[in-house]
Design a binder for this molecule. Structure first.
Ligand code: BES
Ligand code: MN
Ligand code: ZN
Length: 498
């Protein structure tokens, strides 16, 4: 989809649909919308009178072949209450408009921002909303929804000066949204079409195209590094593991500058291993590599956005399978850090691969760590499919991640990980055990396990088990992979001072 800034007055925008939005108030036809209403002979005012146009969030009011303007349709999307309106709503309503028009075979649209949104932040939000909404999970359908394709979007209504700021915002929005879609495409892949080796290949081609350094560690190197935790998960699978490392180095580096490590869980399929999962819903465990795909999407974006800070993504990739060689409940493994782990449940495998991923990120010189993982069913119990669970060992760093989440319009909520949770994973025969002896708090005991490997290094853990997958389509996004956390982590990296 082509997205271009268009400085023409709204009446001249010769698209198949002119999209704008109305706020929920006594008379939703105000300011810029009354100008449009006057141009189309009062048709919007009539829709408002009849109750079809109220400004209620994501309401769609469609006018066909309006006289007086060049566009073939006018679509007014409800924006909700004006005092609650932010770029989050703007991004969503732009996306909802795109999906609404796409299903009606519109190919060329124009998006007109309202008087308070003639700025760069709005241009970025609209661009992101449109491109995220345009993504379909139909790669393996021979008849594609994309036959109905949005070819172009004109962005209009922006202050004419400085156009350069708006252009830059559109290009930033494009990079970020297409990187989020890159992540979604990986997450949607079934496990037979995305083994650890194939994920590494995809990471490698992305890195080469983007101009990033990449190092793929095979089983031999993983063994030489004594990554006993990753290997213990991988040993049950016929597919060999990979440790994917992608590095962005800024144009200028200063000794002592921070280095951000992004560690992402990439279990390309989680059967549970010998502690096998029930059959119902198991097919969804192809998305157990969403944390790793998130970090690869972030790297794709920052390769183009060129932040001042160095960033290293570390993605341990393996299947978790039962079989004659699989690890068994009660086995003791030695992680790369030297810590011994009693594996009481082979289905708590994410924390095992992350333990070695975190240790390796530290060895590579990272000073700050963020991990993302579809780690626990318990986070879904705590936060439903609404918020990402955010855990950390350093209040200031955790606050920065939460601030980035707010800026990026992604819902995240702080969760506890203190010493009392560490107590719950004390092993009687090893340094630590991989599940809790007690009821409840499963997301926090999992985080406490990871904290043992991050130790004193500032670290934030994002549990995305409840948010990485949409069971149903949203008005602004297709069903399937959501690409959650990509935008937040891009914002975090862009706002870290070197
Ligand atoms: N990949 C799962 C967590 C998960 C659950 C992701 C639901 C997405 C949706 C993880 O490896 C797992 O199996 N966790 C177990 C841990 C338990 C054995 C302590 C869980 O949450 O049940
Ligand atoms: Mn599991
Ligand atoms: Zn898992």
């Amino acid at each position: 989809m082509q997205i271009t800034l268009d400085a023409r007055p709204f009446a001249k925008l010769d698209s198949q649909a002119l999209v704008t939005y109305a706020f929920e108030q006594d008379d939703p036809i105000q300011s810029a919308l009354s100008e449009l209403d006057a141009a189309v002979g009062g048709a919007l005012g009539k829709l408002a009178k009849s109750g079809e146009l109220t400004g209620k969030s994501l309401e769609m009011a469609l006018l066909h072949f309006p006289a007086g303007i060049a566009a073939e349709r006018v679509l007014v999307v409800g924006a909700g209450k004006r005092n609650k309106f932010t770029t989050v709503e703007l991004r969503r309503l732009a996306g909802a408009a795109l999906r609404y028009l796409k299903s009606r075979s519109v190919k060329r649209l124009a998006f007109l921002v309202r008087e308070d949104d003639r700025n760069a932040a709005a241009a970025q939000a609209v661009t992101e909303g449109l491109l995220i909404a345009d993504f379909e999970s139909d790669k393996y359908k021979t008849e594609k929804k994309n036959d109905k394709e949005i070819e172009s979007a004109l962005l209009a209504g922006f202050a004419s000066a400085p156009a350069a700021g708006t252009e830059a915002a559109i290009s930033r929005g494009r990079i970020i949204a297409l990187s989020q879609n890159f992540t979604r495409d990986l997450v949607n892949e079934p496990s037979n079409r995305l083994t650890p080796t194939m994920l590494a290949d995809r990471a490698q081609s992305m890195a080469r195209e983007a101009g990033l350094a990449v190092d793929i560690l095979d089983e031999k190197r993983i063994t030489d590094l004594k990554m006993g935790a990753i290997l213990s998960v991988a040993q049950g699978s016929a597919e060999p593991p990979r440790l994917i490392v992608v590095t962005y180095t800024p144009p200028e580096t200063r000794p002592g500058a921070p280095v951000i490590g992004l560690v992402g869980k990439a279990i390309t399929f989680d059967t549970g291993g010998i502690s096998i999962k029930p059959a119902e819903g198991m097919e969804k465990m192809k998305y157990d590599m969403a944390g790793g795909a998130t970090m690869l999407g972030v790297m794709r974006a920052i390769a183009a956005l060129k932040p001042a800070v160095k960033v290293i993504a570390v993605v341990p990739a393996t299947e978790n399978m039962p079989g004659g060689r699989a690890q068994k409940p009660g086995d003791v493994q030695i992680a790369m850090s030297g810590k011994s782990i009693e594996v009481l449940n082979t289905d708590a495998e994410g924390r095992l691969v992350l333990a070695d991923g975190i240790a390796y990120a530290k060895q590579l010189g990272c000073t700050h760590l963020v991990d993302a993982a579809t780690l626990t069913g318990a986070i879904v119990v705590a936060l439903a499919n609404v918020n990402v669970g955010v855990f950390g060992n350093n209040t200031a760093f955790t606050e920065r991640v939460l601030a980035s989440a707010r800026a990026a319009g992604e819902k995240m909520w702080p969760m506890p990980v203190d010493d009392d949770y560490r107590e719950m994973i004390k092993s009687s025969i090893a340094d630590i055990q991989n599940i809790s002896n007690f009821k409840g708090g499963g997301a926090s005991t999992a985080a406490a396990f990871l904290r043992e490997f991050a130790q004193d290094m500032p670290w934030v853990h994002l549990d995305i088990a409840g948010t990485a997958w949409l069971d149903d389509a949203k008005p602004w996004a297709a069903k399937g992979a959501s690409g959650v956390a990509v935008r937040t982590l891009v914002d975090l990296v862009m706002n870290t001072k070197a």
